[in-house]
Ligand binder design. Structure first.
Ligand code: HEC
Ligand code: HEC
Ligand code: HEC
Length: 473
């Protein structure tokens, strides 16, 4: 084990902390050194009250209908009921993930999002005139989604993924708006942001945008199929998969040279989903990827927990099979990126051969194997092979599972701490959270037993790292 430890990469949680510190320093320096320049730039480029997108909704609709490239991107119910289409698109864009903090107040905001610069709280986007966006015009709404500019011309923070939504056609943005208009207005003002200086200066986002924001609608590639274009449109725009799966640069912008190659956020590793056969999902079959996105499970490959479980439950499960296939066709075509792994995440592990020695023994101290048998084996079996592993909602095998075979143990520890809760049309999937009654040392011991026995033995975690992960969600 010490051999592994000495070769191990710094654990992602640790790296993240280091990155944060580095980001803090670099950003401060950058912010201040560019201060003077910024004033000049900002003065001459202040967002004009009249944006170029300023079209009355009827005009935008007429123009949209005439735009033939957009017709290529049109999805289900393209010519059907506007509000229905808007609801579908709102799900594809997963607006609820951030704007619904409390299920009794849908879309009324209030979710704190922690960023390296402090906490940003999501606003109320119900049609309430005082606390929501009831008084916004369609033009205001288009400008927010496409340019990241709020109603009074203020710069919005990129925790709101306008960097992706800028790709979405006017037609689709207005359909989303039409759907949001039909929601029950909720009178609720979320708590204020708590960002430290200089990050509480919204205009600084002018700089951030200069380096990290490429404003503009999706342009279909005529050399590619309609299916590919629809997939690219969804992935790069509404579904904003890159927000989690693409690593970030020191300014927290997306690293365009390593798209989809995986990133750690709030303790969860959003894995490499490029078509690389060893580091990515290149050896998954298409129907396995479709199944993962529609149900959250691809037996023998992976299950969706944490943020991805939410993406499946709130968003991708509602997409039509045609849209899911388009997403997969597009994902298959992005450049493969190797992370240096020697074996695919889902190809690790052997069933435990003999735990009879553990049976009936009393648990003393912190023994991962004993703790596993006591806490996990009732569902996953002492062999780790699970129960009914290919049925929806089964207790999955821990062998050939990407979370257990990943080269870091973050997600496994997070799954133990927080459990799994994912409701789809197929099943109510529930694994209890153990964070409440297992301490950091016990969680680390089970994690290390599980990766060693059923997964990638190089992935280990310390009690200290578990303690850090605990604070992240
Ligand atoms: C990943 C989280 C996230 C997602 C997904 C998200 N938003 Fe937001 N949104 C935010 C945050 C955070 C802010 C506040 C930004 C700020 O304060 O500068 C915001 C701000 C907004 C605003 C500006 C509101 C105001 O009062 O200034 C609008 C409008 C908005 N979002 C609409 C949407 C819509 C529509 C969707 C889906 C298409 C969506 N958001 C998806 C996080 C998100
Ligand atoms: C909010 C963050 C987030 C977003 C947005 C997101 N993902 Fe994920 N994704 C994750 C995390 C975290 C995991 C790992 C889940 C786990 O270990 O259970 C993951 C896992 C996956 C996996 C399984 C990889 C493996 O080897 O286990 C696939 C495939 C995937 N995501 C595809 C997508 C696609 C396609 C989109 C856009 C439609 C998307 N994701 C959007 C966070 C996200
Ligand atoms: C009450 C039954 C139950 C118990 C007890 C239980 N699990 Fe689970 N486990 C589940 C279910 C259900 C899932 C989710 C299956 C799915 O995603 O379709 C799951 C998923 C998992 C996954 C896969 C997560 C992913 O993202 O791929 C791992 C790893 C896991 N459990 C480990 C454990 C460990 C370790 C323990 C003991 C600390 C444990 N489980 C205890 C039922 C259980």
């Amino acid at each position: 084990m010490s051999k592994h430890t000495s070769r191990a990469q710094p654990a992602p949680a640790l790296m993240q902390a280091r990155l944060r510190r580095r980001w803090g320093g670099a950003a401060l320096a950058a912010a201040f050194s560019l201060f003077a320049l910024s004033i000049a730039w900002h003065e001459s480029h202040a967002p004009s009250q009249q944006s170029t997108d300023e079209l009355p909704i009827t005009q935008a609709r007429a123009d949209d209908a005439a735009q033939s490239p957009d017709a290529m991107l049109a999805g289900p119910a393209a010519n059907g009921d506007l509000v229905k289409r808007g609801e579908y698109l709102t799900r594809a864009a997963d607006c609820a993930a951030c704007h619904t903090a409390d299920k009794s107040r849908p879309f009324a905001g209030g979710l704190p999002i922690s960023t390296p610069f402090g906490t940003i709280v999501t606003p109320n986007i119900t049609p309430d005139p005082d606390t929501g966006i009831g008084q916004w015009t369609d033009v205001d709404f288009l400008r927010a989604m496409h340019e990241g500019i709020g109603k009074s011309g203020e710069r919005l923070y990129p925790a709101f993924p306008y960097t992706a939504y800028t790709r979405v056609t006017d037609r689709d943005v207005l359909a989303i708006r039409a759907y949001l208009n039909t929601l029950t207005p909720v009178h609720y003002t979320p708590p204020a942001n708590s960002l430290k200086f200089p990050f509480n200066q919204r205009w600084l986002m002018v700089f951030w945008n200069m380096f990290n924001f490429d404003e503009g609608r999706f342009v279909p590639d005529p050399k590619q199929s309609a299916e590919w274009n629809r997939g690219a449109y969804l992935v790069e725009g509404l579904a904003h998969c890159e927000e989690c799966h693409t690593p970030r640069n020191f300014m927290q912008g997306l690293k365009s040279s390593a798209r989809f190659s995986g990133a750690v956020q709030a303790g969860w590793h959003a894995f490499n989903i490029t078509p690389d056969k060893t580091s990515g999902v290149g050896d998954w079959r298409r129907d396995e990827l479709v199944s993962y996105l529609s149900t959250g499970a691809a037996p023998g490959r992976a299950n969706a927990a944490g943020p991805m479980g939410e993406v499946v439950a709130n968003s991708t499960q509602y997409l039509t099979p045609v849209d899911l296939r388009s997403i997969v066709v597009y994902l298959r075509s992005v450049p493969p990126v190797s992370g240096g792994e020697t074996r695919p995440r889902h190809q690790w592990g052997n069933p435990a051969g003999d735990v009879t020695a553990l049976r009936g023994t009393t648990i003393t101290g912190v023994n991962g194997a004993q703790l596993f048998v006591a806490n996990c084996a009732s569902c996953h079996n002492w062999t780790g092979e699970g129960v009914g592993a290919s049925a929806p909602g089964a207790y999955p095998s821990l062998i050939h599972n990407s979370t257990v075979g990943a080269n870091d143990a973050n997600n496994l520890a997070m799954v133990i701490l927080h459990g799994v809760s994912r409701t789809t049309a197929q099943a109510d999937v529930l694994m209890p959270a153990f964070g409440g009654h297992l301490d950091d040392e016990q969680v680390a011991a089970i994690t290390n037993y599980v990766t060693k026995q059923f997964g990638n033995p190089q992935a280990t975690i310390t009690a200290g790292q578990v303690g850090k992960l605990r604070t992240l969600q």
